[in-house]
Design a protein around this ligand. Structure first.
Ligand code: ADP
Ligand code: MG
Length: 668
């Protein structure tokens, strides 16, 4: 047991005490079916009305139960035949599960249940549910934490906030409450994060997190960096060749970058700007300055498709300035790879564009001066920092991170706390807002005809396919099936297909044909989510849009509305829609502003999902909740700043206590 616990970072009683429940189940009372709320777990006592097996897309056992206040449907996908006959009409049943509202009706998928009059699922207090790994069951966690609690009063962990904050709840009380909530504890209060025990611990956790972020930033800033002067002649030649003038927001951010890069400490800057705001241009200017100063630039993108697009853009921009652009991805193999590695090591290649392949151990630079990481939210902090180690000797390159998913300020502080932030808050002139329409997928045939009509008028369209179930392979199958349907329905339209499994050359050929207008319609999986830039495309259809998150929908929609014509986005959905899916689609219809959408996303989904688990271990906060604990953040940052300077011993202890939650930072 000890070694199993050690594997997940639990080595002491204190570690165990700080392993907090992820959530709680409320099995303390019976809830009437009429009083069930969407996504709120509940125990229900009812009578079986009917049970039947249906043969839809999936064999399903449906059981209807009734308690006089309403009807509830139980849905089982995995079941034995014997189970079916257990649900006799009129039997008493107690069940525990998560209700979902589906088309006005409540439903539970795979609830726990007991049949018969004497069934008993109730408990006296809230039941903790611990984060766990396979092989460690909930009852084991409850037992271990119970044992640790019994020892707590004899040997309480040090109160590291003593004299810093004035909480009414002691550390011991807070820990006890969370592991062993008394019968009076209210689940709704805990879910909102407003119980004083949670506030006490969230404050400490956020302070510890800010200390770690500060540490990362400091250790980066201790390295020397090459001072890079703005190369006015290169910049002038570059801007002169562009078919447009930079926006004032682009100008302002370019100046901010130039000021940072003129220092002898590494720039650590994030440029946030909505989809289509022109971040690439700003990055390219920083790259030119770096090259003119005799240093190299590494430009990294999270997907091969996006990296290829950047390669094409930068190559077109830099070739007239007599600068070559090198390419390195995971698929660059053999001689081609050796050649690039050699060019980077010798300094012959001033600029390399690529994917994750860029930060592998065998990639060496002659004089790396700047790293640019596009779509930073797709990478971990760790990955950015491993590129930072590729400078010359002690020297570290400047760091420029770009992100198109605007995130609320509170989250930015947590996720990118080690970076300074610039915002491009203006879109290039002439952009047309995209009209967004929701449509039931039963009207898909009519939509196909409409797309055909638009293509015949010379417009170009994307048809984005997502499968009903989460899977890359199924997405591709859905895209292939859609291609077939569209080809049959629209024989006179030139249609292409792009997805993640195509060979790079095939992908490049399809994208090029779409860009030149040879193809009018592009069927794609969500691989086109980031970076794809074809200004003439003005129509986008998204299949099963209810499956995608807001950030993803916003990014996808950002592929249209880039040219001068009116653009449209059609979100096709399938009934029944969950409440959250409905909210998401409504937000998409009503808003185009990335920040508004991000705030809505945070409110609907919570931060863990918003940023993804790869992001800074944010999903792994043990206690702190965002946006609920946002008000604590500013204070945490101030306290962390003070402790970092004046009480390094205590700072160290705090970081250590909470370290496991932020493995991404802790490893650097
Ligand atoms: P994002 O911020 O989403 O990465 P891009 O850098 O891909 O945006 O730019 C989107 C499109 O806008 C590209 O076609 C780019 O050439 C164009 N663009 C960038 N800046 C301007 C500008 N100032 N005026 C007009 N078009 C611009
Ligand atoms: Mg971009």
């Amino acid at each position: 047991m000890a070694s199993r616990l050690a594997d997940i970072g639990i080595r002491s009683l204190e570690d165990l005490l700080f392993h907090f429940p992820l959530r709680y189940q409320d099995r303390t009372k019976i809830t009437a079916i009429g009083g069930l709320r969407d996504q709120i777990d509940a125990v229900v006592e009812a009578e079986v009305r009917a049970a039947a097996v249906t043969m839809g897309r999936r064999r399903t056992l449906l059981v209807k139960v009734d308690d006089g206040t309403g009807l509830l449907t139980l849905r089982f996908f995995h079941f034995r035949q014997a189970q079916v006959s257990q649900f006799r009409q009129g039997s008493a049943i107690q069940l525990f599960g998560t209700p979902r509202r589906v088309g006005g009706q409540m439903e539970m998928v795979h609830p726990e249940y007991r049949l018969g009059e004497s069934a008993q699922l109730l408990e006296a207090a809230l039941t903790p549910v611990y984060p766990t790994v396979s092989g460690l069951g909930q009852s084991t966690w409850r037992k271990l934490c119970g044992q640790a609690l019994a020892l707590l009063s004899k040997n309480p962990p040090g109160d590291l906030l003593d004299g810093i904050t004035d909480d009414h709840v002691s550390l011991t009380e807070a820990i006890t409450f969370l592991h062993n909530p008394p019968p009076t504890a209210e689940l709704s209060q805990i879910q909102q994060g407003t119980h004083p025990a949670q506030i006490r611990l969230a404050r400490e956790e956020l302070i510890a997190h800010q200390l770690t972020v500060q540490g990362v930033r400091d250790s980066e800033r201790r390295h020397p960096a090459p001072a890079i002067a703005p190369a006015s002649s290169a910049a002038a030649a570059f801007l002169k060749a562009l078919p447009f003038a930079p926006t004032s927001a682009q100008q302002r951010v370019a100046i901010e970058l130039a000021e940072d890069m003129a220092q002898t400490q590494p720039m650590l800057r994030l440029v946030q700007g909505d989809v289509g705001s022109g971040k690439t241009l700003v990055a390219a200017r920083a790259a030119l300055d770096t090259i003119a100063a005799g240093y190299q630039v590494a430009f990294m993108a999270p997907t091969e498709l996006l990296a290829e697009q950047h390669y094409a853009t930068l190559d077109a921009w830099l070739t007239p300035l007599d600068q070559s652009v090198a390419w390195l991805s995971g698929r660059t193999k053999g001689q081609a790879r050796q050649h690039v590695l050699q060019q980077l090591a010798s300094g012959e290649a001033p600029l390399v564009v690529g994917t994750h392949a860029l930060f592998q151990d065998d990639v060496h630079f002659h004089r790396l001066g700047l790293i640019i990481v596009d779509e930073q939210h797709r990478f971990g902090v760790h990955q950015r920092l491993s590129l930072a180690d590729k400078g010359v000797g002690e020297e570290h390159p400047h760091q420029l991170a770009l992100t198109a998913t605007p995130i609320p300020r509170s989250l930015a502080m947590v996720a990118y706390g080690d970076l300074d932030c610039s915002i491009i808050d203006e879109l290039p002139p002439g952009r047309q807002p995209v009209t967004t329409t929701l449509m039931d997928h039963t009207r898909r045939d009519a939509v196909m005809r409409r797309v055909g009509g638009a293509c015949r008028e010379g417009r170009q369209a994307y048809w984005v396919c997502t499968a009903i179930e989460e899977s890359d392979t199924l997405d591709i199958e859905a895209a292939e099936a859609t291609l077939d349907q569209l080809q049959q329905a629209l024989p006179d339209v030139q249609i292409g297909l792009v997805h993640g499994k195509l060979k790079p050359a095939e992908k490049a050929a399809v994208m090029a044909a779409f860009k030149t207008g040879e193809l009018q319609l592009l069927v794609a999986t969500t691989v086109i989510e980031v970076g794809v830039d074809v200004p003439n495309a003005s129509l986008m259809i998204i299949d099963n849009a209810e499956r995608l998150g807001l950030a993803q929908l916003h990014q996808l929609r950002g592929r249209v509305g880039r040219g001068a014509v009116d653009s449209h986005c059609l979100l096709l959905y399938r009934q029944p829609l969950s409440d959250t899916a409905q909210q998401r689609l409504k937000v998409m219809q009503e808003s185009h502003d990335g920040f508004v959408i991000a705030e809505a996303d945070l409110a609907i989904r919570g931060p863990g999902e918003l940023l993804g688990t790869r992001q800074t271990g944010l999903a792994a906060f043990r206690i702190a909740l965002l946006p609920e604990h946002e008000p604590l953040l500013v204070e945490a940052q101030e306290i962390a700043g003070r402790l970092y300077e004046r009480d390094p011993g205590r700072a160290q202890a705090l970081m250590q206590r909470w370290a496991g939650a932020r493995a991404d930072f802790a490893r650097v």
